[in-house]
Write a protein that binds this ligand. Structure first.
Ligand SMILES: Cc1cc2nc3c(=O)[nH]c(=O)nc-3n(C[C@H](O)[C@H](O)[C@H](O)COP(=O)(O)OP(=O)(O)OC[C@H]3O[C@@H](n4cnc5c(N)ncnc54)[C@H](O)[C@@H]3O)c2cc1C
Length: 129
């Protein structure tokens, strides 16, 4: 993952956004509902991330999703999702009082199927990460 993504970021060719928050999981981030389900060599992600800085502009997204609903914060894993992955879309630009230098939008994930090697670190360590 480092080989694939850090080069473009360091060269200024691409950015990452950080996608943790959800409409019902802000301060209580561990209450997130976005789900990642394993399917062979892939993970399938479904959910909606809210208030994501630079959503739609960034090429890459660090997305936190629940991989084991019975394990609480230890059942959350982190993934790299790309803007061009099928099933990724963005909500309308939020109208804000300030911080107008960057857009804030929803990141919507509908059956986003990504290779298993896009998981960042070990399964269940996403929240700690
Ligand atoms: C401009 C902007 C950009 C953002 N960018 C990103 C981003 O790039 N990626 C991302 O993942 N998220 C992003 N966020 C989301 C941000 O992280 C959340 O807004 C934040 O976590 C707070 O969640 P919330 O808005 O749901 O507020 P809530 O959690 O609903 O909190 C509302 C109020 O209640 C208080 N409160 C909450 N829980 C308690 C408690 N247990 N006890 C006492 N008081 C409490 C809070 O302090 C706050 O004052 C962004 C938000 C904004 C406004």
């Amino acid at each position: 993952l480092k080989k694939r993504y850090l080069g473009p970021v360091a060269r200024g060719e691409a950015m990452f956004s950080y996608a943790l928050s959800e409409a019902e999981a802000g301060s209580d981030a561990a209450g997130m509902k976005t789900r990642a389900v394993r399917d062979g060599d892939h993970w399938v992600l479904n959910g909606a991330k809210m208030w994501i800085t630079n959503a739609g502009v960034s090429e890459y997204y660090t997305v936190m999703a629940v991989t084991d609903p019975s394990a609480g914060a230890r059942g959350i894993s982190a993934f790299v999702v790309e803007k061009g992955d099928a099933g990724v879309s963005f909500g309308p630009k939020e109208r804000k009082l300030g911080i107008k230098g960057s857009p804030t939008r929803q990141v919507i994930l509908e059956d986003v199927r990504i290779p298993a090697d896009r998981m960042i670190g070990a399964e269940g360590t996403g929240f700690k990460t």
